[in-house]
Design a protein. Sequence first.
Lengths: 346, 346
Amino acid sequence: MKLGIVFGGVSYEHEISIVSAIAMKDVINAEFVYIFLDQNRDFYHIPTQIIKSKLFSSGEYKKCEKVSLKKSGFYTQGGFLSKEKLLDMDLVLNIMHGADGEDGVIASLFEFNNISYIGPRREACSVSFNKFLTKGYASSIGVKTIDYKYFTKNDKIEIDEYPVIIKPVRLGSSIGVTIVNNTQELEYALDVAFEFDDAIIVEPFIKGIKEYNLAGCKIAGEFNFSIIEEPQKADFLDFDKKYLDFSRTSKALKADISEELQEEIKKNFKAIYNTLFDGAIIRCDFFVKDNEVYLNEINPVPGSMANYLFSNFDEIIKNLATSLPKTRKITINYEYVNKIQASKGK
Amino acid sequence: MKLGIVFGGVSYEHEISIVSAIAMKDVINAEFVYIFLDQNRDFYHIPTQIIKSKLFSSGEYKKCEKVSLKKSGFYTQGGFLSKEKLLDMDLVLNIMHGADGEDGVIASLFEFNNISYIGPRREACSVSFNKFLTKGYASSIGVKTIDYKYFTKNDKIEIDEYPVIIKPVRLGSSIGVTIVNNTQELEYALDVAFEFDDAIIVEPFIKGIKEYNLAGCKIAGEFNFSIIEEPQKADFLDFDKKYLDFSRTSKALKADISEELQEEIKKNFKAIYNTLFDGAIIRCDFFVKDNEVYLNEINPVPGSMANYLFSNFDEIIKNLATSLPKTRKITINYEYVNKIQASKGK
């Protein structure tokens, strides 16, 4: 399999995407075609044998070949004496976290250019990237979430009971997220959150709530699940800790929970994934309180693709590659324009 | 103002987009740069003086200049003796209905390429293009919708009470929509709907329910509303009738309803638009039953931009053009990669 890996992107998670992408070499057995999207939105083809994180931080990647995303794939630039050339790959794995990768931009570019890819489709991105839309989606599929209030920039914000957790609606990886213990801390936390977004959600902060992560995907109509992990963490993972997490390739430990709770978590995952996330390997992070399961967040491009949760990650990728959603063919025949012209006698 | 008009697209509403786009010439006072997206996903620059619907149905548009969407705009193709050239325009009006225009594809392409445009952003597209997501969104902002059931392709479908209306979740303009009066009619209606989509919603069909349409947008934080129209229609508008509607440039009549109901409709519109639809002129179609307002659908690229509902459409476009949402600048400084390299002693 010739697997394109698209990574980088104009996102606060640009760097963790690089780390995730490099980790793929160790967990998938394939011929890789690494495509880096830099902060100027230029694509570069990075030879697999030279890839390392320093290549990007130093700017050296600019010596690699620039490529363009066009119909059916990535093309090298033609020149005076050379013709542009299509890079050979069977499909692409989207491993851009945050903006560009998880917000639907790259999904749209792939769809527009007819590129086959593993990754979340556009609507899946919208309902997972925006925490407010996640709440609405969860509610309409019968999945519980923690109570919340939604505010936009000029709303009057009143908090009934502390502590609360304040989150910009659109960023991943805890960026702009603050736990607020009292009124004195509120203003600064709001300033931080609104610096990143026009809209926020406020949730009660429940100290010590149990968290469980489950990854999976649907292949030929059947769900393929990872183990359920209880992530080790402080109050909440800050960016540094999450960052280190993204380079994980060693296996995780299965959470010690009842069969019943495992089934309940899987039931929630299935409802979330349904058909909207077809084509993607996602990781859902759940809270459990008083034996009830609550969705915390959906990661449609999870850190290092959550490979460490699967015993057969390589196989999952290869099988999913053969089971990607198809785009329906739309035929345009100008029936209506012709009808109107006929009725006008033209 | 030099106004790009992007129209066409790979969509069941390709043809009505052409009609809508041509209508803009009569209702906006600007210098137009018409950009057509054909069914092969090629862009063409169509000179304003020759534009007419027959140009497209006949295939003659292919004689016009092919252009490419790249950073900052549309470029003519360079050749052996000519250099590629950026088409001069101040901003773009997205007037593609249905797929490509209302589903977030073109919004992503514009965002990726840093193009200023009037039209719905990606998340706004997802929650309006997919009727199931519309229901979830409406519910989370406190806007009522008609009761519904959601089914995906392999679900067992049981109907408690007829008549019902069956809708594929993703298509606009009544395509694939059927009113079903009894069990005998059900199977065919489901076949039709599932031909267009993997997911459907089923609603009770309420004959003679009142419908009211309101268009508007937010400019510099203030809402600008059209009149409220009660559209004239049969049980529901079929594609032919809607099609003719899309070329409308004559003014509509204001619905004869109480001030109170008008305010209630506007209140619902504001909750829907909030910040998610910033940058777009949208038309919301509401039902009213027992004096309660229900959202039927959100049209984020309404037919002929709903110009016929405004007394000052030209002014609205020009003011909105100066009040488009800005993209937040994301700076990438490789802080984390550098930190890790330092800790590794490399």
